[in-house]
Write a protein that binds this ligand. Structure first.
Ligand code: GBH
Length: 472
């Protein structure tokens, strides 16, 4: 692993976007308000055992009602940008066709309030909460999902593209395909490799179709958000090196290459065809051309790396000939066991810069790997998130100094929120949420981040000593 040197002075230009991110289903609650239709997550969350602790998102952070408080927090933390998502089923309760005006009114009020405070909105169209009605045609596994998404994009863009510049079509196509359609751990809870390949491809096609809509509006910048997971070999053994490269095809290149005009990588196509015992007929001629060349920027969600070795000959790791192993050396980890690897973050940004023609990058998520630190005397001294922030911002500065075109950093997350299948246990916010009362408290990491956002530099160590635990 390459360590961050920690010597680069972190100093970003005034135009750099410092912000935080959330998604609709994770924070909004009010699932029946204003004519909202059901989403796949409403249905999935009702399955016994689907959500740890049996929680659901019916209240979450109550942000559908408490959004003015959220905007106050963003503003008190000096953040210049906010990434949020629009709930598709609030705009098109039946998935397509009829547009629910009250849903659009809500997001318009919200965006106008952000703009009034000089907060740049970064709008995600699909952060996983697809309308349940579209499951009649297979959800993302059905090709008609692509047209449905284009219709939805038209509805939102007609209302908001005159005032929202930054648009993210899709959040993490790989996670949708893997957890939603292959492992069944996320909505819609399907376990089928073939459906997963189809779903992933249709999400990518939907990016292209959505971008075609959005690019008709002047000044709009369009990207997709990929959760990139660098895969490093467990040893110099050529089989491990090959395994790491192959699994990079699965996690990373499968999405990066078609977005930036290289088409789906042939090696991964072969792995899928071998595993399925058939050709990938869902990828039709002309599809790759409909995905390519439609990204003004790349939204990067970075969490961690993984270490890869060749699969055992008869291993349980099928369908693919690689497996995840523990790194040989001692590595820093969260309590939950996720490796903390800022050096990998810098290397990833430089790789993207090099291999994808200097594409402009926005870090759209980073941070959601720590669980909880308790409140004490009204303060949340989440030291590890502060360390994480310092290390990753430094790594990003190193990548920028070496040429990567990084335009913004959006921390995951603004608020503690509904962490999908893990329920409310992991608390990934810069701001603590009391789920009984809805009360919000800025954590120490939020105070640190506020100072960074205000000055464009990492504050000196110890700057929080004596802080009152109130907002700056
Ligand atoms: C991001 O996904 C998401 O975009 C965001 O919504 C989420 O809150 C954030 O990560 C933090 O996790 O035990 O089956 O639930 C990144 C990929 C996928 C990593 C889900 C954690 C947990 C698997 N994440 N995964 S499961």
């Amino acid at each position: 692993m390459t360590e961050s040197t920690g010597t680069t002075d972190v100093a970003f230009s005034p135009g750099f976007l410092w912000g935080a991110a959330t998604s609709s289903y994770q924070i909004e609650g009010s699932l029946d308000a204003d004519g909202r239709g059901e989403s796949v997550w409403d249905v999935f969350a009702r399955r016994p055992g689907a959500i740890e602790d049996g929680g659901d998102a019916s209240v979450a952070c109550d942000s559908y009602r408490r959004w003015p408080e959220d905007i106050d927090l963003i503003s008190r933390m000096n953040l210049g940008a906010y990434r949020f998502s629009v709930a598709w089923s609030r705009i098109m309760p039946e998935g397509r066709g009829r547009v629910e005006k009250r849903g659009l009114d809500h997001y318009e009020r919200f965006v106008d309030a952000l703009l009034e405070r000089d907060i740049v909105p970064v709008l995600t169209l699909n952060h996983w909460d697809m309308p349940q009605a579209l499951m009649a045609d297979g959800g993302w596994a059905g090709r008609s999902s692509v047209d449905a998404f284009a219709e939805y994009t038209v509805a939102v863009a007609d209302r908001l593209a005159d005032r929202v510049q930054w648009w993210i079509t899709q959040n993490e196509p790989w996670i949708i395909a893997l957890l939603g359609y292959r492992l069944g751990l996320h909505a819609p809870g399907i376990r089928d490799l073939g459906a997963s390949v189809a779903a992933g491809h249709h999400v990518m096609l939907a990016h292209g179709a959505g971008a075609d809509v959005l690019r008709r509006y002047p000044g709009v910048q369009v990207g997709a958000a990929l959760n990139l997971l660098p895969c490093v070999p467990a040893s110099d053994d050529e089989r491990d090196v090959a395994a790491a490269w192959a699994s990079d095809g699965y996690c990373n290149r499968w999405h990066l290459d078609p977005l930036f005009g290289k088409g789906y990588p042939a090696d991964m196509r072969e792995h899928y065809e071998r595993a399925l015992g058939r050709e990938l007929t869902e990828i039709r001629s002309g599809d790759e051309a409909a995905i390519a060349g439609r990204s003004d920027f790349l939204a990067v969600n970075y969490y961690t790396r993984r270490v890869m070795a060749a699969a055992e000959p008869d291993g349980a790791d099928q369908p693919f000939p690689w497996r995840v192993v523990s790194p040989r050396e001692q590595v820093p980890r969260t309590d939950e066991g996720t490796e903390i690897s800022p050096g990998t973050f810098r290397d990833l940004l430089l790789r993207l810069h090099r291999e994808y023609d200097g594409v402009p990058l926005i870090i759209a998520e980073n941070g959601g790997i720590f669980a909880d630190t308790p409140m004490h005397d009204g303060r949340i001294r989440d030291v590890r998130r502060q360390t994480f922030l310092r290390q990753h911002v430094t790594a990003m500065a190193e990548a920028a100094a070496a040429g990567a075109d990084v335009r913004g950093y959006l921390h995951w997350s603004l608020l503690d929120n509904f962490e999908w299948a893990l329920g409310y246990r992991p608390r990934f916010g810069l701001v603590h949420v009391d789920y009984r009362t809805g009360e919000r408290t800025i954590k120490d990491s939020g105070l640190l981040y506020a100072e960074l956002a205000r000055t464009g530099r990492l504050p000196a160590a110890g700057f929080l000593q004596g802080a009152a635990g109130t907002a700056p």
